[in-house]
Design a protein around this ligand. Structure first.
Ligand code: MTE
Ligand code: MOS
Length: 759
C-alpha cells in the first residue's frame, strides 16, 4: 500500500510550516546568537537594532513574561542568555520586524560585550573537571573483576565516535497566532507537540489550556525536533504575547546548523576478555558523552548507550559506566538510535581489535556470542531468540562466506583497489526507557457520510506513521483507506502526548487507534444486532463497507448503519487510551524489563576502497530484518533503506567539526557532506525475518524507525577490513567517521614507510 502522502508530496501540495498561509499583520522573528562559546555577558546593545527600519520590537531575557527556562529534563537551559553565554549559537536577543529581511538586517546591528571564560569542547576534559550534567549511570552484570582473571585473551582500547547533523530537509521553525482570551495557536515543526506546549506555557506564563499546538507534518525530524523545536516556538510565542501580533520564524539552514545540537559525540575506553573458543567472558566500557552546554535529552540518551552497549551479544560479565560531560557546544540531543548506536560502535570496535590480534574473522567472534533465548541483558531483561535466527537466515540467504571469498579473490588480483566485508548484527529495544512515556491516545470520529477522521499523538515526519494510522482504522472498520483521513497532531484534540520518538509512535498510537475503532465498531454491531434480529454480535461481520450476518449478505451497509446509529443516538466518536503492559525499570537497581520487545537483524556490508586516493564506495548492504508482521512493506522498507544510508553517512562521511573556540566549522552543506544518491549503496537487499512472533506492536508489526540505522556501522568496519587487506599492519584508531581523508592518512603513513625502505 502506498504512503497516503505520496501524491501530495510529489505534487508539492503537502503542507509544511512554511506553507501555512499567513495572517495579516504577521511579524518575522530573527535571533542574535552568541558569537562566543563561553563568557560573561557584560552588556548588550540593541539600540541600533531597535531604530532599524521595519523593526517592531527587540526582546531580551528581561522582557520574558514567564520563566527564562526551556530545559525539559533538567531546568538548566535559559531561552535567552542572561548573565552568561555557554556556547556559540546560544540565543541572546530576539528581533521582531515587518519583514524577514528587516529582522535579519537588524540582528546584525546588535552588539554584545562578552568577557571570555575557559572553553571546553572535549568531554574527557569536562570529566576531569567533574563538570557532569547528571551523576554517572552504570550497569553491572556478573563480576567483571573476577571474570577477567579467567580470560585467555584481554584487549583494551579506546573508541571515539563523532556527532551527526540531523539535516532534516525542513529547518526548525514556528508560527504563532494570538487567539481569544490571550491564548496562542502555535504551529510548530516539532516531534513533541506537548513539549512545545509545556515550554511555551513556561516562558509565557500562560496556562497550557490557552495554548494550542498544531503539527501538520515535518520535513524530517530524526530526533532533532524532539526537544529542540521548543525554543523557536517559545520565541514566537513571546513575540506574540508582547506585540499581540502573529509571529513567524523559519530558520535558515546555517542558523539551524549553528544554533541546534546534534547527535552526541562519545569517547570511550573498553576492555574485552575472551576465552579460547572466542566467547566474550567480560566486557567493561566507560563512556564519555559530549553533552554540550545544557542537559537537553542527554541523560536519557546516556542511558540508552548503556542499554545497547552489548548490542546483540550475550556477555555474562559486564560493567558499563557512562558520564554525561558538559562542554561549550550547543546542547546535543536525540538522533535516530538515541545513544544506542554509539554504544554499539564501541563493542564492535572491541571485537574488531580482538579479531585482528587473534587473527580470526570478526564474524567468528560476533557469531559465537549472539544472544540466545532467555540470555540476560545487563539490565535484567531476557532476550528473545531472533539474534541467532536473523544471523542464520541472513547467512542462509546471502552466504556470508561467499561474499568474503569473492572479496579475497578480488583483492588478490588488485593492488590498490581493495574490497572489505563486515557483518553487523543489531538488537534494539522498543519502548521509551522511561516507562511512563509509553502511553498514547487517539480520537476517532465517524461522520454521517461514512467518512472517518483520526487524530493521534503521533507526528508524521516522513516515517509514514499517518499511513499506518489510516491502515489501522481501515482494517478495523473494513473500509477502503480513502474513507479515512488522519488529521494534524493537535494538543486540543490529543493531550499530554509523548513525543514521536523511540520508534514507538506507530505501536503506541496505533494501538490506541485500534482500541477507539474497535469500541465504535462494537457499538455499531449492537445496532446491527437489533436491526437484523441477530442473537450474537459475533455473527455480524463488516466487509468492505457491507454488513454480513452469519456469512450472508444483509440489506445494510456501512453508510446506512452509521446513519441508523446516529438516529438511535449512539456515539460515533471515541477517545481512547493505550499504555504498554508489562514494562518497568528501576534505576535504583539498574534492572527491570524496560522494553516491550527487541528488534533484531543482521546485515552484511561490502565496500570498495581506492587505496591510492582514500575514497571508497559502499557496494552493498544485505540484511535480514525483523519487521514482525509488517503493516506496510513499502513504508517499512523505506525506513530500512533510509536508516541504512543515514547510518553509513554517520559512520563514513558526515563530519561535524568544532574548532577549539567552539565554533562550528562544518556549518553548511559545502563543508558538511551527507550521503547523496551517488553514495547510496548500489545494492540494498532486505529480507524479512521469517520467524517473527506475536509481540506488543500494532497487529504484531514491529517498530522500524531507528534500528536499521545501526547496520551502517558495518560500513566502518568493512572499510577498515579493506584497508587491512591492502596493508595488514595498518591499525587506525577507532575513530568514526571514517572519512576519505582519514582513510588516506592511515594508509599514507604506511606508504611513506614503504617508500623509505625503497620498495
Ligand atoms: N523517517 C523519516 N523519513 N523522517 C524522520 O524524521 N525519524 C526517525 C525514524 N524514521 C524519521 C524517520 C526517528 S529518530 C524515529 S524515533 C522514528 O522514525 C519515529 O517514528 P516512529 O515512532 O513512527 O517510527
Ligand atoms: Mo528518534 S531519535 O527517538 O526521535
Amino acid at each position: 500500500m502506498k504512503n497516503v502522502d505520496s501524491r501530495s508530496h510529489v505534487r508539492g501540495e503537502s503542507v509544511y510550516l512554511d506553507d501555512i498561509p499567513l495572517v495579516q499583520g504577521t511579524l518575522y522573528a530573527c535571533v542574535f546568537d552568541s558569537p562566543h562559546a563561553h563568557g560573561i555577558l557584560k552588556s548588550l546593545d540593541t539600540s541600533e537594532a531597535e531604530k532599524a527600519e521595519g523593526v517592531v520590537k527587540v526582546i531580551t531575557a528581561q522582557d520574558l513574561p514567564g520563566e527564562n527556562q526551556i530545559g525539559g529534563v533538567i531546568p538548566d537551559e535559559p531561552l535567552l542568555a542572561d548573565d552568561e553565554v555557554h556556547f556559540q549559537g546560544m540565543l541572546v536577543a530576539i528581533v521582531l520586524a515587518v519583514s524577514e529581511e528587516a529582522a535579519r538586517l537588524a540582528v546584525k546591528k546588535i552588539t554584545a560585550e562578552i568577557e571570555p571564560l575557559e572553553i571546553v569542547t572535549d568531554p574527557r576534559v569536562a570529566y576531569a573537571k567533574n563538570d557532569l550534567i547528571v551523576p554517572p549511570k552504570a550497569f553491572h552484570l556478573g563480576d567483571t573483576h573476577t571474570a577477567f582473571r579467567a580470560c585467555d585473551h584481554i584487549f583494551e582500547g579506546r573508541a571515539d565516535v563523532n556527532g551527526q547533523e540531523h539535516l532534516y530537509i525542513e529547518t526548525q521553525g514556528a508560527y504563532t497566532i494570538p487567539t481569544e482570551a490571550g491564548g496562542l495557536r502555535v504551529y510548530s515543526s516539532t516531534q513533541g507537540p506537548t513539549a512545545v506546549q509545556r515550554c511555551v506555557s513556561r516562558v509565557t506564563g500562560l496556562p497550557m489550556h490557552l495554548i494550542e499546538v498544531d503539527v501538520q507534518r515535518l520535513g524530517g525530524g530524526f530526533g532533532g525536533k524532539e526537544d529542540q523545536a521548543n525554543a523557536w516556538a517559545a520565541i514566537c510565542a513571546v513575540g506574540t504575547m508582547l506585540t499581540k501580533r502573529p509571529v513567524k520564524y523559519a530558520l535558515h539552514r546555517m542558523e539551524d546548523m549553528r544554533m541546534t545540537g546534534k547527535r552526541h559525540p562519545y569517547s570511550a575506553d573498553y576492555k574485552i576478555g575472551l576465552n579460547k573458543d572466542l566467547k566474550i567472558v567480560a566486557y567493561e566500557a566507560v563512556f564519555y558523552q559530549n553533552a554540550g552546554a545544557a542537559a537537553d535529552l542527554s541523560p536519557p540518551v546516556l542511558e540508552r548507550t548503556l542499554f545497547h552497549c552489548t548490542n546483540s551479544y550475550y556477555v555474562p560479565n559486564v560493567t558499563a559506566t557512562a558520564y554525561s560531560c558538559r562542554t561549550n557546544l550547543p546542547p546535543n540531543t536525540a538522533f535516530r538510535g538515541f545513544g544506542g548506536p554509539q554504544g554499539m560502535f564501541v563493542i564492535e570496535s572491541a571485537i574488531a581489535q580482538a579479531a585482528e590480534h587473534l587473527n580470526v574473522p570478526a564474524s567468528d567472534i560476533q557469531r559465537a556470542n549472539l544472544l540466545q533465548v532467555d540470555d540476560e541483558f545487563p539490565y535484567g531483561q531476557l532476550a528473545e531468540s531472533e539474534a541467532v535466527t536473523s544471523w542464520e537466515q541472513a547467512d542462509g540467504a546471502f552466504d556470508f562466506a561467499r561474499h568474503q571469498r569473492e572479496a579475497d579473490e578480488f583483492n588478490s588480483n588488485s593492488k590498490y583497489i581493495k574490497k572489505g566485508v563486515a557483518l553487523m548484527p543489531v538488537c534494539f529495544g522498543i519502548s521509551f526507557t522511561k516507562t511512563p512515556m509509553n502511553q498514547a491516545r487517539s480520537l476517532v470520529h465517524v461522520y454521517t457520510d461514512g467518512s472517518v477522521a483520526v487524530s493521534t499523538g503521533a507526528v508524521e515526519m516522513g516515517q509514514g506513521v499517518n499511513t499506518k494510522m489510516a491502515q489501522v482504522a481501515a482494517r478495523v472498520f473494513s473500509l477502503p483507506i480513502e474513507r479515512i483521513k488522519v488529521h494534524t497532531t493537535n494538543t486540543l484534540r490529543i493531550a499530554n502526548t509523548s513525543p514521536t520518538a523511540a520508534s514507538a509512535a506507530a505501536d503506541l498510537n496505533g494501538r490506541a487507534t485500534q482500541i477507539a475503532c474497535e469500541t465504535i465498531l462494537a457499538r455499531l454491531k449492537e445496532v446491527a444486532k437489533g436491526l437484523l434480529g441477530a442473537e450474537n454480535t459475533a455473527d455480524i461481520v463488516f466487509e468492505n463497507g457491507f454488513i454480513f450476518h452469519k456469512g450472508e449478505p444483509t440489506d445494510w451497509d456501512w453508510l446506512k448503519l452509521v446513519n441508523e446509529a446516529q438516529m438511535q443516538r449512539v456515539s460515533l466518536s471515541e477517545h481512547s487510551h493505550y499504555a504498554t503492559a508489562g514494562i518497568h525499570f528501576d534505576w535504583g537497581t539498574a534492572k527491570g524489563h524496560p522494553f516491550a520487545y527487541h528488534v533484531y537483524g543482521a546485515a552484511i556490508v561490502g565496500v570498495t576502497v581506492d587505496c591510492l586516493r582514500g575514497i571508497y564506495e559502499v557496494d552493498y548492504v544485505k540484511t535480514v530484518h525483523d519487521f514482525g508482521h509488517t503493516m506496510n512493506k513499502a513504508v517499512d522498507y523505506g525506513q530500512v533503506e533510509g536508516g541504512i544510508v543515514q547510518g553509513i553517512g554517520w559512520m563514513t562521511m558526515e563530519e561535524v567539526v568544532y574548532d577549539e573556540q567552539g565554533k562550528l566549522r562544518s556549518n553548511a552543506l559545502s563543508t558538511y557532506k551527507i550521503p547523496d544518491i551517488y553514495s547510496v549503496p548500489k545494492t540494498i537487499d532486505i529480507i524479512p525475518l521469517e520467524t517473527s512472533r506475536e509481540n506488543l506492536g500494532v497487529f504484531s508489526s514491529k517498530a522500524v524507525g531507528e534500528p536499521p540505522l545501526m547496520y551502517g556501522i558495518g560500513a566502518y568496519f568493512a572499510i577498515r577490513n579493506a584497508i587491512r587487506a591492502y596493508n595488514s599492519t595498518v591499525d587506525p584508531a577507532f575513530d568514526a567517521p571514517f572519512t576519505a581523508e582519514k582513510v588516506l592518512m592511515s594508509l599514507y603513513r604506511e606508504i611513506s614507510k614503504e617508500m623509505k625502505v625503497g620498495k
